[in-house]
Ligand binder design. Structure first.
Ligand code: CA
Length: 220
């Protein structure tokens, strides 16, 4: 899962980036309306957190252009407490939800999860694959009912695999899900995380498809 945060205020942006990364999402940060548009042109985002008062181009204009161009990712707008008009305009322009500043980071996380769940059409918020379960809300993985402690990137990796368990995921696709831009990626970063994940959940759980990528083992 890859998110975009559009926010010019560093004091608001940093805790959001930190919280989302710890929850296992890759997240990029655009600091003005123009660079938000450039980022959105890539079309790689699963969800957008959008401040409305932005330098260079305001958030409503960014949102309108994004929706007009067919951009379909859910958008949560971040607005000031007294800006009721702004909120209404944002929702009318195609935002899916809003949060009033200053917002609670746990509430933000819950809303992000809810929108992502709706987007993937997933009814049960817990993934199951054989003896494995992954609960995005609790940020927990179990094997045979036993808790398996994972670091955020292992968690993000398993999540990517378990969301589409029959697909072979290429290394490039997995890198995109694990890292935001500007983050240092070692040349074998995905292999390293696959290796540590296999140690924790069992090597047989993840199948290497030579020359292509990785998928979860087949389950009856
Ligand atoms: Ca602002």
């Amino acid at each position: 899962m890859r998110l975009l945060l559009v926010e010019d205020d560093r004091m608001i942006a940093e805790p959001v980036l930190d919280t989302m990364r710890r929850a296992g999402y890759a997240i990029d940060w655009a600091q003005d309306g123009r660079s938000a548009e450039l980022s959105l042109d890539n079309g790689v985002y699963d969800l957008v957190l959008l401040d409305l008062g932005l330098p260079k181009k305001d958030g409503i204009a960014v949102l309108r252009a994004y929706r007009d161009a067919g951009g379909a990712a859910p958008v949560i707008i971040l607005t000031a407490r007294d800006a009721v008009d702004e909120r209404v305009r944002g929702l009318d322009t195609g935002a899916d939800d809003y949060l009033v500043k200053p917002f609670d980071l746990d509430e933000l996380s819950a809303r992000v999860r809810a929108l992502l769940r709706r987007r993937t059409g997933q009814k049960q918020p817990v993934y199951t694959h054989g003896e494995l379960t992954l609960d995005p809300a609790a940020h927990e993985v179990t094997k045979d009912g036993e808790l398996v402690p994972l670091v955020p990137r292992e968690f993000a990796l398993l999540r990517a695999l378990i969301e589409a368990p029959k697909r072979v995921h290429t290394r490039a696709e997995l890198e995109e899900k694990l890292y935001g831009w500007g983050e240092e990626i070692g040349s074998n970063a995905v292999e390293v995380h696959i290796h540590s994940l296999r140690r924790k959940i069992g090597a047989e759980q993840i199948v290497t498809v030579r020359g292509v990528g990785y998928r979860l083992r087949r389950v009856e």
